[in-house]
Design a protein around this ligand. Structure first.
Ligand code: FES
Ligand SMILES: [Fe+2]
Length: 412
């Protein structure tokens, strides 16, 4: 038993470290989504752990600021330290389970509200247990709260969400995170140093599988995205598209199947879309790779031989097993010098995402009764490939569903 007060114990005064502690007032980024009944009651999807997911936009987050996000059902406290580094902790004290967001943060350490344990938030290492005396042998720095690797890229806080039971963060010999042991951090492709960019996001009250197959679904365009500036119902026509497998593996050939996917091979996009007509002779490539990423690049060479480009990275991230969020980041150097291109691009981009979101909000109502559904050839073939690839990654067995180039036909 350790003594409580005999004059020989630690000074009872609060640690000098606590002077700058401020209450954590973190906005919950997913509060609205998690309050939607469909997001709680729809059919769940199995979630893919062991990869990078965008938790929130970090580009506006100042030092000492914090926010709450939920990723793959895990509540997280995300913040920026005084030295500008980002952290992502499970919003839970390892002592007795109170959310760490109920406590304090001074820009360097997070302190729990209940018994004042203090944690370095990047590593999760416990720095102080105020109740300990000289009679205790417990070493606080041997205790770790659950922290996640986080990398800032394209303005997002990308968080690596490991498999359950994967153990602590992979530090290298210098105490830095060893990113080489993990899949690559996703990044928006850019084809020059000078570009404009914009981002969008929308909560979807359906599970991540419905979010993803909605993303790759070619047949909804003439119906969901009907607008004078994009598509009319009458513009529907037969198309032939070429696909090829993407084999994702790191330099060592490890993690085979982890980031597999498929590519809609370089093609001239449908000439019936007005914005495409302005660009010159654009060539589009669309990649989907596990667990949730669609990358589109358009490179166009005009009459004067000047190359212009557009790229976008769209992810659908599970917030919980029954809800998800779509994030789009795009960059382009088309119309770089033209005023209003950025607000116009944002306006049309937002309209597009709103149309998809509205459709999925309606779909979520239908899915609440957990109906049986169907996928047809060829328009739903990419969705079938997605489910096969995901199953292969989760189970570790099976072949890539594309053994070589494939041609698909549909009307859209
Ligand atoms: S519950 Fe956090 S310090 Fe006790
Ligand atoms: Fe869409």
């Amino acid at each position: 038993m350790s003594s409580t007060s005999n004059g020989a114990g630690k000074a009872p005064n609060p640690s000098a470290q606590w002077a700058n502690m401020r209450p954590i007032r973190a906005r919950d980024m997913h509060a609205d989504l998690l309050a939607m009944p469909d997001a709680r009651t729809g059919p769940p999807a199995e979630m893919v752990f062991g990869d990078w997911y965008p938790a929130l936009r970090a580009d506006q987050m100042k030092p000492q600021e914090t926010a709450l996000a939920t990723l793959l059902g895990i509540p997280m406290l995300i913040g920026r330290k005084k030295d500008n580094s980002l952290f992502a902790m499970r919003d839970l004290c390892p002592h007795r389970g109170i959310p760490l967001s109920a406590g304090w943060f001074d820009g360097e350490t997070v302190q729990c509200k209940y018994h004042g344990w203090r944690f370095e938030p990047c590593s999760g290492r416990c720095e102080e247990i105020p109740s300990l005396t000289q009679f205790d042998i417990l070493e606080p720095t041997k205790i770790f709260a659950n922290s996640f690797l986080v990398v800032e890229r394209d303005g997002y806080a990308w968080v690596y969400v490991p498999e359950a039971g994967a153990g602590r963060l992979p530090f290298d010999a210098k105490g830095q995170f060893d990113l080489s042991a993990l899949p690559a951090v996703p990044e928006l492709p850019k084809f020059g140093a000078r570009f404009r960019s914009a981002h969008l996001q929308a909560d979807l009250p359906c599970n991540v599988d419905h979010g993803i197959i909605g993303l790759m679904d070619p047949a909804h365009g003439p119906f969901v995205h009907r607008a004078w500036w994009w598509r009319s119902a009458a513009s529907i026509h037969e198309k032939t598209k070429h696909f090829e497998p993407i084999i994702g593996e790191d330099a060592n050939g490890a993690r085979k199947g982890f980031n597999d996917g498929f590519r809609m091979s370089a093609h001239a996009p449908s000439s019936n879309s007005l914005p495409y007509r302005i660009l010159g002779k654009p060539i589009t490539t669309i990649d989907f790779v596990l667990p949730n990423r669609r990358t589109e690049t358009i490179r166009a060479t005009n009459d004067k031989g000047v190359e212009r480009w557009f790229s976008s990275l769209t992810t659908v991230t599970p917030v919980t097993s029954t809800s998800c969020r779509i994030d789009v980041i795009a960059a382009w150097d088309i119309g770089y010098h033209v005023p209003f291109v950025l607000p116009i691009a944002k306006y049309f981009g937002a309209k597009f995402v709103q149309q998809d979101q509205q459709t999925m909000v309606e779909q979520a109502q239908g899915l609440r009764s957990h109906p049986g559904l169907m996928l047809i050839d060829d328009a739903d073939k990419p969705a079938k490939w997605y489910f096969a690839l995901k199953q292969r990654r989760l189970s570790g067995v099976g072949e890539h569903p594309l053994q070589g180039p494939v041609e698909l036909h549909w009307c859209s």
